[in-house]
Design a protein around this ligand. Structure first.
Ligand code: HEC
Ligand code: HEC
Length: 240
């Protein structure tokens, strides 16, 4: 091989565009249930949006989930995607199976959530962490833990003033899971979500979900931060 050809070859390899994260995820069919790009506005998705996964999740949690998917939204009903391409309308309709038991063991007739080996889960989690939106500017989040008094006060707000608990599972003082199931479980929020994303979600939910079933609250930035700090203390290892 002539030296020049060699260098051209190397140059080509270095410049060849590597497939983007979104493409890899799409290849693995994640995109049939999850929104992976902010541009996909035309479609309704059966599963939670992932196009801002890098803003929302903690990487270690993502990896763990991809190794061993667990239920977060106990009340979620998944509409199975029709077989592609749908042959007839009737075919498409029979394929629409509601599976309230999705991600739960052996119930319903939908296949389980894809899961991966250590290595693949790690690579996919890294890829997902690259999915970000040009989010509204973040408020600075306070890292200092809540004092006992502050924690008691914000817990009261979570349970009474704002009644977050009517839709979200959380932990009581004895470490028991309690709360409603119409929203995602927050029992493991401290391992799963990023503190600054929680603040951003409470401030500008419309940046993440065009329409949300969660009420829009007027609250000041101190309260938002305290909710975030409170949720960061909820971890599944504290469940008794
Ligand atoms: C058949 C539909 C389907 C496919 C295909 C699918 N998922 Fe999911 N996924 C779901 C549903 C439904 C949930 C929500 C489960 C819950 O909240 O209990 C979920 C949850 C998730 C979550 C947690 C998100 C959150 O907000 O809690 C991640 C991360 C995820 N999926 C990644 C993937 C990846 C990566 C792929 C491709 C390898 C994939 N999914 C393929 C249906 C699907
Ligand atoms: C009427 C039910 C309802 C109430 C009350 C409610 N939420 Fe939610 N919340 C939801 C739903 C549903 C979602 C999922 C996002 C969506 O569907 O738009 C959500 C999402 C969230 C998320 C993101 C969780 C995730 O994994 O995606 C956080 C954090 C959250 N809520 C915190 C709160 C806090 C804090 C309060 C009280 C100030 C509250 N919620 C009150 C229904 C509710």
């Amino acid at each position: 091989m002539k030296t020049s050809t060699f260098f051209i070859l190397i140059g080509f390899l270095l410049l060849a565009p590597s497939s983007s994260t979104a493409e890899i995820l799409r290849d693995k069919d994640c995109g049939s249930c999850h929104r992976l790009s902010v541009a996909e506005t035309e479609k309704n998705f059966a599963a939670p949006d992932l196009h801002f996964a890098g803003d929302k999740f903690q990487p270690a949690w993502l990896k763990q989930f991809l190794k061993n998917p667990a239920v977060i939204r106990p009340a979620v009903t998944v509409i199975d995607t029709p077989p592609r391409p749908p042959v007839t309308v009737a075919d498409a309709n029979t394929a629409v199976v509601t599976a309230a038991g999705f991600l739960r063991e052996r119930s319903g007739n939908s296949p389980p959530h894809p899961s991966f080996s250590e290595q693949d889960a790690s690579a996919l989690a890294d890829g997902l962490m690259g999915l970000k939106i040009s989010a509204p500017p973040r408020e600075s989040t306070v890292a200092a833990p809540l004092s006992k008094r502050q924690r008691a006060k914000i817990k009261y707000k979570f349970e009474r003033t704002f009644s977050c608990i009517s839709c979200h599972q959380s932990l009581n003082l004895a470490g028991k899971v309690r709360g409603g199931i119409s929203g995602p479980s927050l029992v493991n929020a401290g391992n799963r979500l990023r503190a600054d994303w929680i603040v951003s979600w409470l401030k500008t939910p419309e940046a993440y979900a065009a329409k949300s079933r969660m009420p829009r609250y007027e609250m000041d930035s101190v309260t938002r931060n305290q909710f975030s700090q409170f949720l960061m203390t909820l971890k599944k290892e504290n469940v008794k």
